[in-house]
Design a protein around this ligand. Structure first.
Ligand code: NAD
Length: 488
């Protein structure tokens, strides 16, 4: 199945347990060199139809397996991915532009953990039961898998986010048709090569590669796919909602963010500064949970800003496969252009750029001159209404502004259309509670960032999404509940 034609990697769809070539292909770039290195199937209705049929055929057998049998298969798959962790990490870094260090320590370990986590959690769910003794009856709920799940994922954390959907979907007994981002398809294809060995029956996991407009929409509009789990942009989610409306599909939508960090004058800056650098620039700022609006209380504003900018300048941008590099390449030429334009607009509006884009010079190794690189950039003296403070930039760019009071900062933090993740820095426990309660945000981290317990709900408010995923939440999403009454 792995073909090397003129040194290009050619991917194939994975349908009904077999690799199937496609009639046309899309070019996929290595973001750190700007070279085309891979061909991704440009699937459409026909390929999606075949994948849905295979998933439908596999459903009766897979859904009738016990949770323990499914759990054992998920654990086996986790072991196999872990065994190839280095190869997966190398591939993710090459395909996405992220640093090898991030792929090794975050992306692939988390993909492994996603399977282990749901292999375990599926064994521990209990359903409800109530008794109406005077009427002589008991009621209980029963949960069953829904059928063929359509899973659509973005390019920023490719295998990490795809497995966050595949693992709960199949653990619950559904079969799936997954469509990864056309820009980052390689690790999903590599995972398909391990499914048979893990004992995943043919047709349980099908992967169709291609664009959102063709392959994605064919999946969203397929009448035999009653459920869509989508992670991506708010704009695409609106389109998916419209397209799926005639079929009354169940949707889970994990979307963009414009996440605030609120730093009070009693914050421990020794912890806050390194963590806020990570929350702003990790994975080139291409994480939906990344901080992009930093509100600092006025009496520590200058101190924070000086230290923050000095530390941001130490982040090394360059070849992602160099383990000492902190910032890799952005996903595409178009995306780099879009992110740069935000900085240009900020400058035109009178904001100050303190470091990075247009201020510092970027020197790259000879092999990376055509890659899509950009330095960590800090913007200040920017108005709350500015597009840099309102729109998701999704790159290594963060804005720092001052605030005076708690009341004021809550209002400003909530003053965007998004509501995904917020961070609050203060050593006053009472304040932390008060502020956390009032922020319009699906996740609030205080004195930390990105500490996740997969047991608990993950998801956003407002334009950041609909629905939550996590142990119980994913179980509820990927199963259909029924209430049964027994009267003696
Ligand atoms: P995107 O919306 O462009 O694409 C996401 C996926 O949807 C891709 O697989 C794409 O091919 C597909 N798609 C595009 N148009 C489609 C259509 N009409 N029908 C069906 N599928 C379609 O997003 P992206 O640029 O790949 O990813 C970045 C976005 O994802 C950012 O907004 C980011 O915040 C968000 N994101 C959110 C989370 C979260 O958990 N909330 C996590 C990661 C990324």
């Amino acid at each position: 199945s792995k073909q090397l034609i003129m040194a290009l990697l050619v991917l194939e769809n994975f349908i009904g347990g077999k690799f199937v070539p496609c009639s046309s292909y899309i070019d996929s770039y290595n973001p750190s060199t700007g070279d085309i290195y891979c061909k991704v199937p440009d699937s459409g209705k026909e390929e999606v139809e075949a994948a849905v049929r295979a998933a439908k055929d596999a459903f009766p057998i897979w859904s009738s397996k016990s949770p323990l049998e499914r759990s054992q298969i998920l654990n086996k798959l986790a072991d196999l991915i872990e065994h190839d962790l280095e190869a997966f990490a190398q591939a993710e870094s090459k395909d996405q532009g992220k640093t090898i260090t991030f792929a090794r320590t975050v992306d692939i370990p988390r993909a492994v953990y996603n399977f282990r986590f749901f292999a375990s959690s599926i064994l521990h769910h209990v359903t409800e039961c109530t008794e109406m003794a005077t009427m002589g009856c008991v009621h209980y709920t029963s949960r069953a898998p829904v059928g063929v799940a359509g899973l659509i994922s973005p390019w920023n954390l490719p295998l990490y986010l795809l497995t966050w959907k595949i693992a709960p979907a199949i653990a619950c007994g559904n079969t799936v048709v997954a469509k990864p981002s056309e820009m980052t398809s390689v690790t999903a294809w590599m995972m398909c090569r391990l499914l048979e060995k893990a004992g995943v029956p043919h047709g349980v996991v099908n992967v169709v590669f291609g664009t959102g407009a063709k392959a994605g929409e064919a999946l969203v509009c397929h009448p035999d796919v009653p459920l869509i789990s989508f992670t991506g942009s708010t704009l695409t989610a609106q389109r998916i909602t419209e397209k799926s409306a005639p079929y009354c599909k169940r949707l889970s939508l994990e979307l963009g963010g414009k996440n605030p960090a609120i730093i009070f004058n009693d914050a421990d800056l020794n912890q806050c500064i390194p963590t806020t650098l990570r929350s702003s620039f990790a994975n080139q700022g291409e994480i939906c949970l990344c901080t992009s609006r930093i509100f600092v209380q006025r009496d520590i504003y200058s101190e924070f800003l000086n230290k923050f900018v000095a530390e941001a300048r130490k982040w090394k941008t360059g070849n992602p496969s160099d383990p000492t590099v902190d910032v890799g390449a952005l996903i595409s030429k178009e995306h780099l252009e879009k992110v740069r334009n935000y900085v240009k607009k900020a400058r035109a509006e009178g904001a100050r750029i303190l470091c990075g884009e247009g201020v510092d010079s970027l020197s790259l190794p000879p092999g990376n001159q055509k890659g899509y690189f950009m330095l960590p950039t800090v913007i200040t003296e920017v108005k709350d209404e500015s597009c840099c403070m309102q729109e998701e930039i999704f790159g290594p760019v963060t804005c720092v502004v001052a605030f005076d009071t708690e009341e004021e900062v809550i209002k400003r933090a909530n003053g965007v259309k998004y509501g995904l993740a917020a961070t609050v820095w203060s050593s006053n426990v009472g304040r932390v509670h008060r502020v956390a309660h009032r922020l319009q945000s699906g996740l609030v981290w205080t004195n930390c960032w990105l500490m996740r317990d997969l047991n608990l709900p993950f998801g956003g408010m407002k334009a950041s999404g609909i629905g939550r995923e996590g142990a119980k939440d994913s179980y509820e999403f990927f199963t259909e509940v029924k209430t049964i009454t027994i009267k003696h």
